[in-house]
Design a protein around this ligand. Structure first.
Ligand code: ADP
Ligand code: ZN
Ligand code: ZN
Length: 814
């Protein structure tokens, strides 16, 4: 007898596996999906290990395989264990990340009668049994749920069990089929024969209805129905023209269900070829290339590179050439990009370099399409897989290179669902398991990543100059405007005099501008409009957050509370201001200030629709608007050569969030948003409006000086003992009753301290409990504990964590 350790799809399984016996007739491998009997039920499970002896005395047998081939590779199996242990997530949650999309479906039970044993006396059966037997035998097999509808639930269970026990019936289990949402498209076809269509076209021309004629001619050339979209594109016809031909009985319109091929991205894209690299690119590429080769020859263990290059310095070209080298060495790659950067532009750059060899994963694919892509990737049909965060779990075989573009992006951390993993850490782990080289790319690397590069854990590659619009093109000139001075001069508008002038100039020159306002976060902070003073907790150095419900300022670290002061503690002015102008308000103000300008707003309120991102962008690109107003969406990776001015309406909004990474976040965003200006031949400038002009994050972003920022930031981190000098874990408890919530948080705190002291752990400290940043969410209160220390996962795994708690290891927002 052999045994298997199985991760079972049940909430009670938590972080453990269960031992099962493997029946003689089954061939089972690590990574295989199996049916595992669990209590009364039969559950999906994945085999994580084969063992000679079970961990417990009594084992049940695996009931069957779900798929004949392993779904997870051995490296992925190791990865699931690591994710579950490190992020303290249920094991199956980690497994599920790597399963084919739609795998977690319900089980459908069937009953069948394979054959009636020789000499079996059917007359010995009861009437009910005979009836059930007939119901099953006629169609060959019967769905248990259907039988229950006919015979009643209780009776079906009883009778089926009796038939199974007598060896007449067997139960089979199948996964419910994947529900693929059909995609319907409108098609056009001639309703008459080709000759008649041509005659009608000639008549139409005589009557000067040329567009009708063109459409008829076009359709006459086709041998099958044509998508309306294509006909529109090719003949410039519109709905009225189609309707006219339909009314004349010459054309019919049909709705046809199409199976969308996600690879249609690859079609009609002209192949592209490697560019000849600049000196800086060349030297960065050579380092990656030789590592890829040395890894392939097994001389070294795979390194992690940090490719630090300003926006437009040609990082993507390096990714492309490194991928080509990977393919040349017989391996494959995964490229991760933030979801928002997965634009047709980006896709085309990769698809054109590796024609028909690029798989694109994104959330807009239907489940069926995702499933098909998964299969094809697993079959080794693609050299490159591109996608957001979750693409790291694609079953890409022979992994040789993992690229993470914009590695500093916070969206790489899964924060709202278990496992709360960080893609970068998972990627580095996976690379170690598979022998893949990692390239992290960014213009503004995460402080922790850069720290590792400085220490030599990662290898630092730098591209200090832009290659667009020409080699060594300067980054845009940035002016910092001190808003306090504006107020003193009597300007209360959202636009400083410099910004207003710059906008006027753009409008006169028929160029384009971006106005950026980052309104994130639910709560608002309070600031003096006279001296710029922001109210902070005097114990924790973080900004106090205004809570509307209780009309108080609260420290989210230590729960210190004060009423909103009537006068500024610093300058005694009465001009206390609640910060929080949104993009909507900005749009309104801009329309008053610049009545001649055509405005376009881009934020999550207006981009709920499916294609609207792209639509807004296209409208702006084709100059249908002069000013684009937006939140951080406008900051990311857009290449808009007509934009000569970027105005940051308030550089301070992110700065005052109660988070030790607020400075880093602000620096990253300002750098990115400034980088949108001057990508075309006319150059460009940026203006940062701020009440804290001397703040290092704002200064460094204005000077495009990462080192200036990093040196300050890392010194603060060291001083205040924040990551990378320690690790954090956030524990949040939610409950409908605030007092209960606080009590449970305090109980947990005592429990943690007890455990810490019992084990004599010196470097573990605790902050809180305090109300979480969002104290009340969907009717539930939230209290938070933050742990600082080194081996937090190992420590917390020893403490029972009751329902209602959420543990986030290495949280990105605390
Ligand atoms: P990044 O990813 O660093 O923002 P990109 O790779 O997007 O930069 O490069 C910006 C632009 O410069 C792109 O249009 C790209 O085609 C072009 N480019 C990159 N490298 C070169 C090169 N060696 N020669 C000419 N153009 C280049
Ligand atoms: Zn003041
Ligand atoms: Zn405090």
């Amino acid at each position: 007898m052999r045994y298997a350790e199985v991760s079972v799809n049940s909430p009670v399984a938590q972080r453990r596996t269960f031992s099962y016996a493997i029946p003689q007739d089954l061939i089972i491998d690590v990574g295989q999906a199996v049916w595992a009997p669990f209590g009364e039920k039969l559950l999906q499970g994945i085999v994580l290990e084969l063992i000679p002896f079970p961990a417990v005395e009594e084992t049940r047998e695996i009931a069957g395989t779900i798929d004949p081939h392993p779904l997870l590779s051995p490296a992925q199996v190791s990865l699931t264990r690591w994710i579950s242990e490190y992020y303290l997530s249920p094991l199956f949650d980690a497994v599920a990340l790597m399963l084919p999309p739609g795998f977690e479906r319900r089980v459908v039970t069937f009953v069948s009668i394979p054959s009636i044993p020789d000499g079996f006396d059917l007359s010995s059966l009861t009437t009910k049994q005979k009836h059930a037997l007939e119901l099953i035998r006629r169609p060959g097999k019967a769905n248990l749920k259907q039988l229950e509808k006919t015979l009643g639930k209780k009776e079906t269970r009883a009778v089926v069990s009796q038939l199974v026990r007598q060896g007449l019936a067997v139960r089979n289990y199948e996964l419910e089929s994947v529900k693929v949402k059909p995609k319907i498209e409108t098609y056009l076809q001639l309703a008459v024969d080709i000759d008649e269509a041509r005659q009608e076209a000639t008549k139409s021309r005589e009557k000067r209805t040329t567009k009708q004629a063109n459409l008829l001619d076009f359709l006459a050339e086709q041998h099958e129905p044509v998508p309306l979209a294509e006909a529109r594109k090719r003949t410039k016809c519109n709905k009225a023209i189609v309707d006219a031909l339909v009314n004349k009985g010459l054309v019919t319109v049909q709705q046809i269900e199409v199976r969308r091929d996600p690879l249609s991205y690859n079609k009609g894209i002209a192949p592209s070829y490697p560019l000849s690299l600049t000196a800086a690119q060349e030297s960065a590429f050579r380092s990656i290339q030789s590592s890829l080769q040395e890894v392939a020859e097994e001389h070294i263990s795979p390194p992690v590179f940090l490719l630090h290059g300003v926006t437009g310095s040609g990082k993507t070209e390096i990714y492309l050439q490194a991928l080509a080298e990977t393919v040349r060495l017989g391996k494959r790659g995964i490229v991760l990009v933030p979801e928002i950067a997965l634009t047709p532009q980006t896709i085309e750059r990769f698809a054109s370099r590796f024609p028909n060899k690029v798989a694109i994963l994104h959330s807009k694919l239907s489940l069926g399409e995702q499933f098909d892509e998964w299969r094809r990737i697993k079959n080794g049909e693609f050299d490159v897989v591109i996608g957001p965060r979750s693409a790291i779990f694609a079953p890409q075989p022979d992994l040789g290179l993992i690229v993470i573009d914009e590695e500093h992006e916070w969206t790489y951390k899964q924060h709202d669902q278990s496992p709360r993993y960080h893609t970068r850490d998972v990627a580095i782990k996976l690379a170690g398991l598979t022998g893949a080289v990692v390239v992290l790319g960014s213009a503004t690397p995460d402080v922790e990543t850069f720290y590792h590069a400085q220490r030599g854990d990662y290898r630092l590659l730098q591209l200090p100059e832009r290659v667009v619009p020409r080699e060594n093109a300067p980054l845009p000139q940035v002016t910092i405007v001190d808003l306090r001075e504006e107020l003193k001069a009597g300007n209360r508008s959202l636009f400083s005099r410099s910004l207003a002038q710059a906008i006027e100039k753009v409008l006169t020159n028929r160029e384009q501008a971006i106005l950026f306002l980052n309104r994130r976060g639910a709560a608002t902070s309070i600031q003096c409009r006279n001296c710029g003073y922001v109210l902070r907790c005097n114990r924790c150095e973080v900004t106090l957050t205004y809570h509307l419900a209780e009309d108080n300022l609260v420290c989210h670290q230590c729960n210190y509370r004060i009423p909103v002061p009537q006068i500024c503690p610093q300058c005694l002015s009465r001009r206390i201001k609640y910060l929080g102008v949104g993009t909507q308000k900005l749009e309104q103000e801009a329309s008053y200030a610049f009545p001649q300008a055509r405005l376009l707003r881009w934020d999550s309120d207006v981009t709920k629709g499916k294609h609207s991102h792209q639509e807004i962008l296209n409208r702006f690109r084709s100059q249908e608007a002069d000013i684009l107003i937006g939140t951080q969406m406008v900051a990311k990776g857009l290449d808009l050569p007509q934009v000569t001015l970027v105005g940051v309406v308030s550089a301070d909004t992110g700065l005052n969030l109660p988070d030790f990474r607020a400075g880093e976040r602000t620096f990253q965003l300002l750098s990115q948003v400034a980088g949108r200006a001057g990508r075309g031949p006319s150059g460009g400038e940026a203006i940062f409006q701020t009440y804290s002009p001397e703040h290092y994050a704002i200064q460094a972003a204005a000077q495009h000086d990462y080192t200036l920022f990093y040196d300050k930031e890392i010194a603060y981190r060291r001083q205040l003992h924040n990551p990378p000098f320690t690790r954090l874990a956030s524990l949040i408890y939610t409950h409908t009753n605030d007092a209960h919530c606080q009590k449970e948080a305090e109980r947990m705190k005592r429990r943690i301290i007890e455990e810490r002291d019992a084990r004599g752990i010196a470097d573990l400290s605790l902050i809180g409990p305090a109300p979480a940043f969002i104290h009340r969410l969907r009717g539930r209160f939230r209290w938070q504990l933050v742990l600082r220390g080194s081996e937090l996962s190992a420590f917390l795994s020893q403490i029972p964590i009751p329902q209602g708690w959420t543990v986030d290891i290495d949280p990105v927002g605390v």
